[in-house]
Design a protein around this ligand. Structure first.
Ligand SMILES: CC(C)(COP(=O)(O)OP(=O)(O)OC[C@H]1O[C@@H](n2cnc3c(N)ncnc32)[C@H](O)[C@@H]1OP(=O)(O)O)[C@@H](O)C(=O)NCCC(=O)NCCS
Length: 169
């Protein structure tokens, strides 16, 4: 990670930089079947890449998951990509949408992004529903985009949002 990320308060969540002591909880969440199906542990191990920032999602004082953003800083292609996982125990209560909305508001209002993208697995109907609710629109299917296991690749759905389409409420 380049620099410590922000601390952001939403309606249901607080987003803040990941701490060393969060890792056992986050890795346990990544092992949960409902999360592992969509976010492989190897992805977590790759998050420490230039330009990517990972924030812990706290809900009710406990770590509920993670949210990540990476920024394309070339002024001619300025945009940000977002990804998220929420542990099974915290799902179904609006935590994921609130964390997304909170980070998106910061990316648009503070960082000045006019365009955001997400790329869920094409079969991840739940994530796609959440992203559509925030204003993302499907761009198209990215064929064989993501390796699930050796020799097995799955499609993703590229989705984009322009700042004026952001459904904040
Ligand atoms: C996707 C995720 C971030 C959503 O966060 P969440 O806190 O679970 O979201 P909520 O339960 O509050 O809301 C889910 C919404 O999807 C809907 N939903 C649930 N299952 C669904 C399905 N199979 N198909 C379509 N919609 C579905 C719910 O009805 C709800 O819609 P509503 O708010 O319009 O009523 C979270 O479930 C998660 O992290 N899942 C595992 C990892 C993952 O998929 N990450 C995204 C990678 S791109």
């Amino acid at each position: 990670m380049d620099e410590p990320g922000p601390v952001l308060d939403g309606m249901l969540t607080r987003l803040r930089p990941v701490r060393e002591q969060d890792l056992p909880r986050l890795l346990a969440i990544l092992d949960e079947p409902e999360v592992a199906a969509w976010w492989r542990r190897s992805e977590w191990e790759r998050v420490d890449e230039p330009g990517a920032q990972t924030l812990a999602i706290e809900s009710g004082g406990a770590v509920a998951g993670c949210i990540q953003y990476s920024e394309e800083t070339d002024p001619d292609y300025f945009s940000a990509a977002v990804d998220i996982f929420v542990g099974t125990a915290a799902q179904g209560r609006g935590v994921g949408p609130d964390a997304m909305r909170t980070l998106m508001a910061w990316l648009v209002d503070v960082r000045g992004h006019h365009r955001l993208t997400v790329d869920p697995a094409a079969e991840n109907a739940r994530a796609i529903h959440v992203y559509e609710g925030l204003g993302f629109r499907p761009v198209g299917v990215l064929k064989s985009y993501e390796r699930v296991e050796d020799g097995v690749w799955r499609d993703a759905l590229l989705m984009e949002l322009l700042a004026e389409d952001f459904r904040r409420a």
